[in-house]
Design a protein around this ligand. Structure first.
Ligand SMILES: Cc1cc2nc3c(=O)[nH]c(=O)nc-3n(C[C@H](O)[C@H](O)[C@H](O)COP(=O)(O)OP(=O)(O)OC[C@H]3O[C@@H](n4cnc5c(N)ncnc54)[C@H](O)[C@@H]3O)c2cc1C
Length: 318
């Protein structure tokens, strides 16, 4: 039994859904006591959800007179102070832009090794698993460290309910801001579309989608699927059909949804680097010899402009 901290990410006043898989990783089916670390002073709103996913303690971290969300250095130092305060043997977070930023700063401050974008972790063995060489191989790394610091690929670990009687504790460490970085503005995307890295289902269009307007058929299908987001291949982005924020792959976003539906994708190594860890991969392609058919769980041979609307219709009817 070890004490493991998990940095919670909050967006628009809500806990991100992908936090829960990280709590599950820390809990290890009851092997560890999980400390959910919430920057700010509003942890009460999240108590039930955190307790239902294995948090034994909810640590509200604040630094007098400072807004932690405006200083990644200060947040990293406050998190590092929590390691001492609660004798944490590990701290996990999301491999998101925020998680990557804070954990790198904390690791540098503490002179500890950090593994980013892991898909599994074992605290007894002090091992983590992560993909290498654009997803061609998976490596198990053993860490020679007192405290294991690791960010987890969003959605890579399925969230499981694990009821604990979570207790909220306030923690205000005396840490100072080195003043190197200050967040002056955060520009949120105007779109209300679901973030790709958060989405449990993704439907992606490749080069044959042919125009930005044609993405509407994928958006309609995504709405019929429920909590789904729409992605794009680099070929589609380079052609100007979709913004780079929608690109999945080696030079785009890394995603790990429960269901990935690739429409008109050849199955390039670079695209697979970003979505290989999806739980179920469905390919829709009009060429029976397309390489993606060797790599998917289910293949549909057909024109995406026929198959996707038919799928949307069937989903709406069901
Ligand atoms: C350094 C580097 C980094 C890269 N990073 C990325 C990255 O991050 N993400 C990424 O996606 N790519 C990336 N690429 C590009 C990658 O190599 C491929 O060129 C790209 O993924 C191909 O996109 P695509 O599958 O949409 O298009 P294509 O390769 O053109 O494949 C289209 C597929 O659709 C099928 N098709 C055609 N018409 C239809 C239809 N009507 N219905 C159904 N199927 C149809 C075809 O049979 C074909 O298999 C990178 C390349 C390099 C060199």
């Amino acid at each position: 039994m070890a004490n493991i901290g998990v940095l919670m990410e909050i967006e628009g006043g809500e806990l991100k859904g992908t936090n829960f898989g990280v709590l599950t990783a820390a809990h290890e089916q009851g092997k560890n006591d999980v400390y959910a670390i919430v920057p700010g002073e509003k942890a009460d709103a999240y108590k039930d959800a955190l307790a239902a996913h294995g948090a034994k303690k909810i640590v509200e971290v604040s630094v007098s007179g400072a807004d932690l969300s405006k200083s990644p250095d200060l947040q990293a130092r406050a998190l590092a102070a929590a390691i001492d305060e609660y004798s944490l043997k590990g701290v996990l977070g999301l491999a998101s832009p925020i998680g990557r930023d804070i954990f790198a700063r904390m690791a540098a401050d503490l002179n500890l090794p950090l593994v980013s974008d892991a898909v599994a972790v074992d605290f007894d063995q002090k091992t983590v698993r992560k993909s290498h060489f654009s997803g061609k191989t998976f490596a198990t790394l053993q860490l020679d460290a007192e405290v294991l610091l690791c960010t987890i690929r969003p959605n890579a670990i399925e969230a499981k309910e694990a009821s604990e009687a979570a207790e909220i504790v306030a923690f205000s460490p005396s840490v100072s801001d080195p003043g190197r970085v200050k967040v002056v503005d955060a520009k949120l995307s105007a779109s209300d579309k679901m973030d790709l890295t958060e989405a449990p289902i993704i439907i992606t269009g490749g080069r044959p989608i042919g125009s930005a307007d044609n993405y509407k058929i994928l958006e309609e299908c995504a709405r019929a699927l429920g909590t789904a987001a729409v992605g794009a291949s680099r070929a589609a982005v380079d052609a100007g059909y979709a913004p780079h924020s929608m690109q999945v792959g080696q030079t785009g976003k890394t995603v790990s949804p429960k269901l990935y539906i690739g429409c008109g994708l050849s199955g390039s190594v670079q695209h697979f680097a970003g979505m290989k860890t999806s739980k179920v991969i469905v390919a829709i392609n009009s060429d029976k010899d397309a390489p993606i058919f060797e790599k998917c769980d289910y293949g549909i041979l057909g024109d995406l402009f026929d198959v996707v609307p038919a799928l949307t219709k069937a989903l709406k009817e069901s």
